[in-house]
Design a protein around this ligand. Structure first.
Ligand SMILES: Nc1ncnc2c1ncn2[C@@H]1O[C@H](COP(=O)(O)OP(=O)(O)O)[C@@H](O)[C@H]1O
Ligand SMILES: CC(C)(COP(=O)(O)O)[C@@H](O)C(=O)NCCC(=O)O
Length: 430
């Protein structure tokens, strides 16, 4: 691990000293080490490049020379980058005690935890100075996800070494109820619960306010770094917005301020549906395999398009020839149609398009209904996947006639865990 001695009581395993040659944190907390996380490397590299164009989300003004604040190099990048907390009184206690929060959802377990970083690797300017304490240390927020409860427990047992029975783990999501006893017993700490929806909003609010270039738009037909544009927004202009959280299921929130929101809708056709249908209809064994299949599939072999029905476009309704008329409709053998061996990748692609299109359209309808021009998408389903982001973006642009943007978030899957992490005294509980 190569830690040097420290005079504080910060748990050694939560201390993060970077190896000299690497710019990304390494060692035990290397967040994305498994090969299945490597799929979108190129996308990640583009997205995390500090050279992306910035378009102000409220005013639309363009800046071409963004500040290079993310101390992440393009060659070696983590899937979910850490966030540096502002060095202020509120967070200074994390210098000596780690804070740990978890969002246990219907599918994944998302952990957010603090660590102390001793390196001097942020550029020295007025903006970055707010992240450093006088001794040069910084507090990082780290992100890690698990698919299994026992792996999550083991991770904290092995790494949260200075925990005492007085310590608190901040929990949100349905599993904060369902697994409360297991967590208490196995980790020997107290549980402080935060409401799932409030956590989502607090997490988004914090990230949009504090993490430079948290949100971005996706432009499929552009080339290279132009595929992404950062969409910063001034703190006083963030609200109102629509938050569409795509987890196992979908929650749609109209957010007017950090403390005022309404869950205006939801749907059971979310990430869990994509995985469920995918595992029944394809040989994929994991979400990553399913996504990988989808990315090389051709849905036109299994979907009926407008041209399959009309012989071309349906111009009167402005329905283009290649628009999907019926998802998976070519797979039906009813009415005497001959059965074909459809390829797994074509089915996976069709499923991903079907789910994403549906979510995009639903998001737009809610956005229109509440007159909200900014729609943020969160939840682990997105995975910064090009097909998913393209489809959501297309649906939003199509239905809003280009008036509304689909906005994505770098920490898409961690909004709830981040919000729970920030809950100081349980005020987000109910
Ligand atoms: N490695 C993965 N394993 C399982 N599901 C994944 C994975 N990566 C992305 N997903 C998608 O993310 C969804 C879960 O998103 P998440 O925001 O964590 O919701 P939840 O809180 O319901 O677990 C899954 O239903 C699936 O579609
Ligand atoms: C029940 C949930 C809030 C749980 O959150 P999740 O674990 O899916 O992130 C979510 O799955 C949901 O909002 N489902 C849709 C329910 C509906 O039809 O409105």
């Amino acid at each position: 691990m190569g830690h040097t001695t420290t005079s504080t009581t910060v748990p050694r395993r939560f201390l993060r000293r970077r190896p000299k040659k690497e710019k990304v944190p390494a060692g035990i907390f290397k967040t994305f080490s498994s090969s299945d996380e490597e799929n979108n490397k190129v996308m990640d590299e583009l997205l995390l490049s500090s050279k992306l164009k910035r378009v102000d989300s409220a005013t639309g003004s363009v800046s071409n020379s963004p500040r290079a604040l993310q101390p992440i190099q393009i060659e070696k990048v983590q899937k979910t980058p850490y966030v540096v907390l502002p060095a202020n009184e509120k967070f200074s206690k994390f210098r000596t005690r780690s804070r740990v929060a978890v969002d246990i959802g219907g599918t994944l377990i998302k952990v957010v935890y603090s660590s102390v970083c001793e390196d001097e690797d942020l550029p020295e300017d007025a903006t970055t100075r707010i992240f450093k304490y006088d001794d040069g240390k910084k507090i990082l927020v780290n992100f890690k996800k698990f698919t299994q409860m026992d792996e999550f427990i083991e991770f904290l047992q092995n790494n949260w070494l200075d925990r005492t029975p007085e310590d608190v783990i901040h929990c949100t999501g349905g599993g904060s109820y369902k697994f409360a006893e297991i967590i208490r017993k196995e980790l020997g700490v107290k549980i402080q619960r935060t409401d799932e929806m409030r956590s989502l909003i607090y997490g988004s609010n914090f990230l949009l306010n504090n993490n430079v270039d948290e949100s971005f738009t996706y432009h499929h037909d552009a080339i290279g770094i132009n595929k992404f544009q950062y969409r910063p927004i001034a703190q006083d202009l963030i609200y109102p917005f629509l938050l569409v959280n795509i987890g196992t299921g979908i929650s749609i929130l109209k957010v007017d301020s950090p403390d005022s929101y309404e869950r205006v809708g939801g749907s059971s056709m979310g990430g869990g549906t994509f995985m469920g249908l995918g595992s029944m209809l394809t040989p994929a064994k994991t979400f990553d395999e399913l996504l990988e299949l989808a990315n090389r599939g051709d849905h036109r072999n299994v979907d009926k398009l407008v041209c399959d029905i009309y012989g071309g476009a349906y111009d009167e309704l402005n329905l283009k020839a290649d628009l999907i008329a019926g998802s998976l409709a070519k797979c039906s053998t009813y009415g005497g149609a001959t059965s074909k061996n459809h390829k797994a990748e074509d089915i996976a692609k069709s499923l991903l398009l079907m789910i994403s299109n549906n979510i995009g359209q639903m998001a737009m309808l809610y956005g229109t209904r509440y007159n909200l021009r900014r729609i943020y998408f969160g939840g682990y389903f997105i995975r910064q996947d090009p097909i998913t982001m393209r489809t959501l973006t297309f649906a939003i642009n199509f239905w809003s006639k280009g008036q509304t943007d689909a906005l994505f978030l770098k920490h898409e899957g961690y909004l709830g865990a981040m919000g729970s992490f920030l809950d100081e005294d349980g005020k987000l509980e109910e």
